[in-house]
Design a protein around this ligand. Structure first.
Ligand code: KPL
Length: 305
């Protein structure tokens, strides 16, 4: 099957490599011409626990090269999602499905305004970008996909085919009817881990052995969970325990936000802690720890330019 992965970051490179390795015709769509040329010529170098392999993928910065695409994985950052999707519109036919895999939930409304049909994807795959076209696969966490609104039988069938295709490529995936709750759970976990690791400059697991950081993690998660509940989301009974578990399972992982900070790139703090702060304001909930994390990372970002 011809598949497009939009976004050559850690997750996009990982998905492109795994799908190409399963025999699909995969096009990695970049917005940078030089980087796309580089990946097209060298392939994606995938570092895994069992060693290293090179996977050939097609890569381009010109969507016109692709023709119609039935399955697109949108793997750009949340702030870039709407712009990236507009570039993809000419690739979409009546049967095309876009699976959007951003952190946070703030971009959902924009995607719904632009795209005729899209599914939300939430993944716990661990991916770290080591260099352009070089990605470390740090763990095979589960991936969930689902629609945020009612869709017809043919869209459901397309989603089911996508789930089967992902599983056959080694991306363990299930389809969920409660995908918004799954996205909120990831948001709560990210609110507890990502900004803290960026500010502490540490791997996820290190948060558990730094008492002040662990205390902030717990408070940030409790605040986020309170906001989720106020927003009408049915959340798991122990969100703090759930987040600590993710820290343990991804102990050696460098969070996506710390990867961005180290590369002096804009982070997703607005979409994560910023989302919690904005949503909390609607309900008059105090979220001082999320506010402090947001301000802390924004202060780091201000030094990038
Ligand atoms: O989703 C993640 C991220 O880094 O964005 C976690 C779960 C924190 C893993 O690093």
């Amino acid at each position: 099957m011809k598949i497009c992965v939009a976004g050559p970051g850690a997750l996009g490179s990982l998905f492109a490599a795994l799908l190409a390795n399963a025999g699909h015709e995969v096009w990695l769509l970049d917005h940078r011409v030089e980087r796309a040329r580089f990946v097209a010529s060298q392939g994606i170098i995938l570092h895994e626990a069992q060693g290293q392999r090179v996977v050939s993928v097609r890569a381009t910065a010109d969507p016109a090269q692709l023709g119609l695409i039935k399955l697109i994985f949108l793997c750009v950052k949340s702030a870039a999602a709407a712009g990236a999707v507009r570039r993809l519109l000419p690739l979409l036919g009546p049967d095309s499905l876009v699976v959007a895999l951003q952190n946070g939930i703030a971009h959902h409304r924009l995607l719904a305004e632009i795209l005729p049909l899209w599914a939300l994807g939430v993944t716990a795959q661990g991916a770290t970008m080591l260099a352009p076209g070089v990605v470390r696969h740090g763990g095979c966490g589960p991936t969930s996909v689902g629609f945020l609104s009612e869709v017809g039988a043919s869209a459901q069938r397309r989603l089911q085919e996508t789930v089967e295709l992902m599983n056959s490529a080694g991306i363990a995936t299930t389809s969920r009817s409660d995908i918004l709750a799954v996205a909120w759970h990831k948001l709560i976990v990210n609110a507890g881990i990502n900004a803290l690791t960026a500010l502490e400059n540490c791997a996820n697991g290190d948060l558990l052995v730094r008492p002040a950081a662990l205390a902030s993690l717990k408070e940030a998660v409790q605040e986020a969970a309170q906001v989720a509940k106020a927003s009408g989301v049915q959340i798991a009974p122990d969100p703090v325990g759930m987040t600590i578990e993710v820290c343990r399972n991804t102990a050696a992982n460098i969070s996506s936000m710390l990867q961005d900070v180290r590369r002096r790139r804009q982070t997703e703090v607005e979409a994560i802690n910023g989302m919690i702060v904005r949503q909390a304001a609607l309900f008059g909930i105090q979220v001082p720890v999320n506010q402090a994390l947001l301000t802390g990372v924004q202060t780091l970002e201000a030094k990038f330019t």
